[in-house]
Write a protein that binds this ligand. Structure first.
Ligand code: GDP
Ligand code: IMO
Ligand code: MG
Length: 428
């Protein structure tokens, strides 16, 4: 019953799409368990490049079954756009399964996301504007709309009415906007439900049966550990649990069925949106990393903030997720640097912290304590054996491994499928 969880170990965009695609060739199911179309996962196959937002990246592999679990928030309009876009490129999406218990992102969630950010002003989170936070807020407030609600007109109308009752008061009185019409919204959602119906299934049951039959399920996380609503840099986080535990609640599979937890980390760090980021670079090194690594968001196109590898973050990710393996990506991007700093600990008001401070004010004040390693100039993109990497490059990877409290099992040396060095098998 191999259940493999794959999560982001930093602040997102670590290369989860590529890592999923890599393992996807050997698994039977790939299930998304959290987030929605705030995610942007890139997969590059030959000359083709795909940007997946709501669909699991595994959908590119025709032999596996892609699943959207109950923990995902589904914007049906976006889902159909994505399906249509992929099918036009010859990717069959007809075998997609969508949990009947997943929550829906309705048009009013997108509206609320944008007006709330504007209202927060300098306190804004820098969200993707996709309605993620408001949809999860409704779920927790127990006024959310779930996939199976779309199939009963009367029931749906009641739910939309209940959900919009308070929101319309807020939109009109607080945000000075027009109220949202209940009948029109219900009709729109009913139409979307008709198209969604063939994909809808009891995905929890299907995944559990598959695991019991010895099939392999890969649980593909979106966002990342430091964006987790419980374990990340709250309040500058997303509204779901991208950490490994979220794979269980977000699909209905118990923790005893998971035997591998793979964390994906870049060989440096990036972040999009607001919030503290101790190793962030504001000088030409940051510009250099952004240019070399093409660090611009797949979802919003925003330039990503860039900084050196933060071992405190990675140790924390190992702890929170119970990592068994790390896939280290974008090592090639560092080629050409004379020296590479690694943040090994933080200085918070003169006190050394080797572990993640739990107090967000302390984290915001954390200054990186760096150790510096020599760099390399050789092109590593065609290297397929760890021993063939330049000695200084090997030493850099070994040091990251030591500092992260977890073995590095694969190393990305470029965006393509074959730009990879396998050190330990990720699937057995
Ligand atoms: P995700 O959100 O974690 O799936 O990551 P994104 O797709 O948002 O961003 C990662 C970017 O890095 C994508 O453009 C990938 O094609 C690219 N990428 C992934 N692994 C590597 C690697 O090892 N080297 C290089 N140069 N690019 C990579
Ligand atoms: P992938 O899966 C990087 C960030 C946003 C913002 C915060 C909250 O591609 O790694 P939200 O719209 O979720 O309410 O925004 O989270 N964010 C991401 N940053 N990669 C992502 O996804 C992200 N998804 C959300 O920039 O700071
Ligand atoms: Mg991304």
């Amino acid at each position: 019953m191999p259940g493999i969880v794959l999560i982001g170990a930093q602040w997102g965009d670590e290369g989860k799409g590529k890592a999923t695609d890599l393992i996807g060739t050997k698994v039977d199911y790939v299930a998304r368990f959290n987030g929605g179309n705030n995610a942007g996962h890139s997969v590059v196959v030959g000359n083709e490049s795909y940007a997946l937002h709501l669909l699991p990246s595994g959908i590119i592999n025709p032999h596996l079954t892609p699943v959207i679990g109950n923990g995902v928030v589904v914007d049906p309009e976006v889902l159909f756009q994505e399906i249509d876009g992929l099918e036009a490129r010859g990717i069959d999406c007809s075998h997609l399964l969508v949990s009947e218990a997943a929550h829906i992102i309705a048009p009013y969630h997108r509206t609320l996301d944008k007006v709330t950010e504007r209202f927060l002003g300098k306190h804004k989170i820098g969200t993707t504007g996709r309605g993620i936070g408001p949809a999860y807020a409704d779920k927790i407030n127990r006024v959310g709309i779930r996939v199976h609600d779309l199939f009963n007109a009367k029931h749906l109308h009641d739910k939309v009415e209940a959900s919009l009752h308070q929101k319309n008061q807020m939109l009109v009185k607080l945000y000075n906007r027009r109220p949202i019409d209940v009948d029109q919204t219900t009709d729109e959602l009913l139409k979307l439900g008709e198209r969604l119906k063939p994909y809808v299934a009891n995905t929890g049951l299907i995944l559990n049966k598959a695991l019991d039959e010895g099939k392999t399920v890969l649980f593909e996380g979106a966002q990342a550990t430091m964006l987790d609503v419980d374990h990340g840099t709250y309040p500058f986080v997303t509204s779901s649990n991208p950490t490994a535990g979220g794979a269980c609640t977000g699909t209905g599979v118990g923790p005893t069925k998971i035997n591998r937890v793979i964390g994906v980390s870049k060989a440096y760090v990036t972040r999009v949106g607001e919030g503290p980021f101790p190793t962030e670079l504001f000088d030409e090194s940051g510009e250099w990393l952004r240019a070399q690594g093409h660090e611009f968001g797949v979802t919003t196109g925003r330039p990503r903030r860039c900084g050196w590898f933060d071992a405190v973050v990675n140790r924390y990710a190992s702890q929170v997720n119970g990592l068994t393996d790390i896939v280290l990506t974008k090592l090639d991007v560092l080629t050409g640097l004379k020296e590479i700093p690694i943040c090994v600990a933080y200085d918070v008001d003169g006190e050394r912290h080797d572990d993640m401070p739990t107090d967000q004010a302390a984290f915001a004040a954390a200054k990186p304590i760096y150790e510096t390693m020599p760099g390399w100039d050789e092109d590593i993109s065609q290297v397929h054996d760890f021993d063939d990497l330049p000695a200084t490059c090997q030493a850099y990877v070994k040091r990251l491994e030591e500092l992260s409290n977890c073995r590095i099992s694969a190393i990305g040396t470029g965006p393509q499928r074959d730009h990879i060095i396998s050190v330990h098998s990720l699937i057995d």
